[in-house]
Design a protein around this ligand. Structure first.
Ligand SMILES: Cc1ncc(COP(=O)(O)O)c(C=O)c1O
Length: 373
């Protein structure tokens, strides 16, 4: 019996234990501490930014970024229709309404042509545009940024899964007005749970840091705004720092896995690897393939499960789901094409060569031949 191969799990082979032990020894276990400060500094540097503000997770980082960008009750925020619910949920938490826009066939990220159409005739004030670097592949920021600038809308990068990615040589997270990261357990770099907002604006960073901690002023119980309790704990930051130290190694491992799977799929048109553009160096967070239809995608997940390999049906469009029924849309069909037909394959940075061979072998035997009696 083969061991089960998981989809994307934490790779904790660095200083995690030592740093966690230090939190206990030094009595720094709560929502402040030296690891938090160091992670903020290192994440800002990684993204080429001046400031980082650590949060509990990527969703709270997005909420904070939207509030920081000035998104207000009654505003609209453009998001891709093909993303994780957190992107749109954070817009709702900020009091705004998402406009679901389509993605391109070339990169599965926000389509600049669609965005241009939306911004030409918006249903109301568009406070921000959230460009998701889908699955670790950067969105085409140089095409999106001028449109946002002209419309007076902040451009926020949802880099939840894109740590380590680069766009035309520049790091993901260093491209829009603000950017966020997630350090959830399935991400390349995990904190257990955690998030980060990065910005170049010192005043913005100060406001975000205050909002994160109930917007309290000084040591007394006085407040400058209605804030949140969104701070990362030093325990999470201890894990995060140990992970950041191994970022390059882990991203390199994921890129290697992607190349291996690319090879295995070359020449097939029933399973098509997620595109990677020449202007992008994808972080290859979740290696995913596009199937011909949903039946094929489900069959692939089953086929893998029978071989003790975890594969997963990926994002579904949000605009046609109950919580967002009735939200404005600008769709041309690509997001719908990806919805329920994309399957993610095992790609943890700790995936062994033998495990990769098992996945490749399982792909080679898909679809299974029908027995002829
Ligand atoms: C695109 C995207 N945005 C936001 C998030 C939210 O991050 P978190 O789970 O840390 O709240 C995720 C998480 O997977 C994501 O994939």
């Amino acid at each position: 019996m083969n061991d089960r191969i998981p989809l994307a799990i934490p790779d904790l082979r660095g200083n995690e234990q030592a740093y966690l032990a230090r939190c206990v020894a030094d009595n720094w276990v709560s929502s402040a501490g030296p690891f938090v400060t160091e992670c903020e500094r290192q994440m800002a540097a990684l993204a080429g930014r001046a400031h980082g503000v650590a949060t509990m997770n990527g969703t709270t980082a997005l909420h904070l970024a939207l509030v920081g960008a000035g998104v207000k009750h009654g505003d609209f925020v453009v998001v891709p229709d093909w993303t994780f619910a957190a992107t749109a949920n954070a817009v709702h938490h900020a009091g705004a309404t998402p406009i679901f826009a389509d993605v391109t066939e070339e990169s599965w990220t926000l389509d600049p042509a669609t965005l241009e159409r939306v911004l030409a005739r918006p249903p109301g004030r568009v406070g921000a545009v959230v460009a998701v670097h889908a699955l670790g592949h950067p969105a085409d920021i140089d095409a999106l940024a001028p449109l946002c600038r002209e419309a007076g809308a902040a451009l926020i990068e949802d880099s939840a899964g894109a740590i380590g990615a680069r766009y035309k040589g520049r790091p993901a997270g260093g491209l829009g007005d603000l950017a966020i990261f997630s350090f959830n357990g399935n991400k390349t770099v995990t904190a257990g749970g955690g998030g980060m907002v990065v910005t170049d604006d010192a005043d913005m960073a100060r406001r975000l840091r205050a909002l994160c901690a109930q917007a309290r002023i000084g040591a007394e119980y006085r407040y400058e705004a209605i804030g949140f309790n969104y701070r990362m704990t030093n325990i999470n930051a201890a894990v995060l720092l140990a992970q950041i130290e191994r970022l390059e190694e882990m991203v390199a491992a994921k890129r290697q896995i992607a190349l291996h799977y690319d090879d295995a799929l070359s020449g097939r048109n029933d399973l098509v690897a997620m595109p990677r553009r020449p202007w992008a160096e994808s972080a290859c967070w979740l290696y995913s393939v596009l199937c011909r239809n949903e039946d094929d995608a489900r069959a692939l997940v089953r086929h893998m499960a029978e071989r003790e390999i975890e594969a997963r049906l990926f994002w579904r469009t949000l605009s046609d789901q109950t919580p967002y029924a009735g939200a404005p849309t600008a769709l041309s069909g690509m997001a719908a094409r990806l919805s329920g037909t994309v399957v993610s394959l095992p790609c943890s940075s700790s995936l062994t060569a033998e495990q990769q061979v098992r996945v490749v072998d399982a792909l080679a035997h898909f679809p299974p031949r029908r027995r002829v009696h």
